[in-house]
Write a protein that binds this ligand. Sequence first.
Ligand code: SAM
Ligand code: SF4
Length: 449
Amino acid sequence: MRLASASIRAIKYLSFATMAHPGQTRADRSRFSMHHPMSLDLAVAASPIPANTESNLTDRCDRLQAPPLSLYIHIPWCLRKCPYCDFNSHTASESLPEKRYIRALLADLDQDLALVGNRELRSIFIGGGTPSLFGAKSIAELLVGVRARLNGAADMEITLEANPGTVESGKFEAFRAAGVNRLSIGVQSFNNAHLRALGRIHDGDQARVAAQAARTAGFVNFNLDLMFGLPRQRIEEALTDVQTAIGLGPTHLSLYQLTLEPNTLFHRHPPRLPAEETVWRMQRKCQALLAERGYAQYEISAYARFGRRCAHNLNYWRFGDYLGIGAGAHGKITDLKRQAIKRLWKVKHPRHYLETAGTPESLGGAAAVPKTDLPLEFLMNHLRLREGFAAGDFGKRTGLAFAVLEPKLSACVERGLLERRNGHIRCTDDGWNFLDNILEEFVSEASSP
Ligand SMILES: C[S@@+](CC[C@H](N)C(=O)[O-])C[C@H]1O[C@@H](n2cnc3c(N)ncnc32)[C@H](O)[C@@H]1O
Ligand code: SF4
C-alpha cells in the first residue's frame, strides 16, 4: 500500500519526537523503519477502520501519571556544517559566546522550572551542534547551575556529544571532572575517503584517538555514532567501520543509515549512494556482526552492551518527559493538573536565543498535544524499541484508555506485524522492518493537514 500523502505529512510533522535526540531541532526524521528495499510486500492493507476523534476519546480516558524526567541542553555551533546535517547547528565564528550562552541556558532553565516543580531529574544530554567545542569550565558551570536548580538522581546519566576534530588532549579528563559520565562521539566512519565525502573535519585516525582518549580519561561508558549507506560505500567497508568501532570498546553504538534531509547540501546536490538492496544487505550484515560481538540491538539504530542502553534516549522512546533548553530545543511535559501533555520549543537562531533567553520571547511556541495524536505519538516512540511496551503504560503516559488502540492493534497482530504476550505489545521482526506501515494505521483524521 502506498501511504496517502496526508498521512506521510502527519507522520513527518509528529516525527521530531522520535529522533535520537528529540530535544534537538532536526527538522524531520521521517523513516521509522529500518531500511528495507521491499517495503511494499508486507504492507498493511488500506484500513477501513475509522479513526478516533476528539469527542469519542473524551469518554475513554485513563489517568495521566508523571513519567521520568530528563533534560536536553542544545549547543548550536560546529566548526563546519556537514553537508548531510539538518540539525540546528551553525558554523562557529572565531570566538564563541560561551559564557553568555551558559548564562542564557540557566536563565532558560529558570523559566522552565515551574513546569516540573520538584520532580527528580533522571538524565541530562548535552547535544548539538558540537558541545565539545565548549571548554570544560563552561560545562562545569552549566552542570553546577543545573544541579542547583533541579534535584538530580544519584545515578543520573550525563552525556556530552563530542566531535573527534574538537578534542585536544586533556579535554575528556576535564569533562569528566566537570561531572559528565558518558560521551557520545560522532565518528561516522573510519575510512578517510568516506569522511572526506561527508565533509567531516577529522580523519579516521583522529576518530580512533578520540575513542581511545575517552577510555584513558576514565569513561567506562561511551557511545560511537556511525553512519552507513555512505556515498559509494561497499558492504565490506561498512563492516570494517563497525569492526573498527567494536575494537575500540564502546559500551554503545548508534548506527544510522545516511538519509538525504531537506535543507541540506546533499539534498540539493545528491551524492551517489549505494543501491537500496546493497544498503539493506549492509545493514543486515552489520547487525549480525554487532549481535555476534555482544551488542544487543534495542532500538532501530541503537546497540548496547548489557546494562548500557542510553537512559536518556530510552526515556524519549518510552514517552517520558523532558525539558529542552538552548536554541531551538524542544521539551515535552505532562501537566497532571490539566491532564494534558504539552510540547514547547525555544527560538531557533542562536543570536535570537541569546537575546531573549529567560524571557517569554525565547519561547518559539507551545501547544498541548491533541488527544487524537497521542496514540500515534506514543506508538511511534515505543515501537522503535525491541521491548515494545506494557499495555498498562499506555494509559499512564497518554491519559487514554488502552481500548482506543483497538481494533487497529488487533488488526496489526493478525497481520503478523505486532505481537501481544502477557500484557506486553511489541513489533514482530516484520513489524520492526515495516514500522511505517503500522504507524500509518494510527494516523488520525484529525492530525492530517
Ligand atoms: C548532533 S550529531 C553528533 C555530534 C557531533 N555533532 C558530530 O557530528 O560529531 C548526531 C548524529 O546524527 C547522525 N546524523 C546526522 N545527520 C544525519 C543524516 N542525514 N543521516 C543519518 N544520520 C545523521 C550522525 O551520526 C551524528 O553523529
Ligand atoms: S558536526 Fe555534527 S551537528 Fe555539526 S554539522 Fe556535522 S553532523 Fe551536524
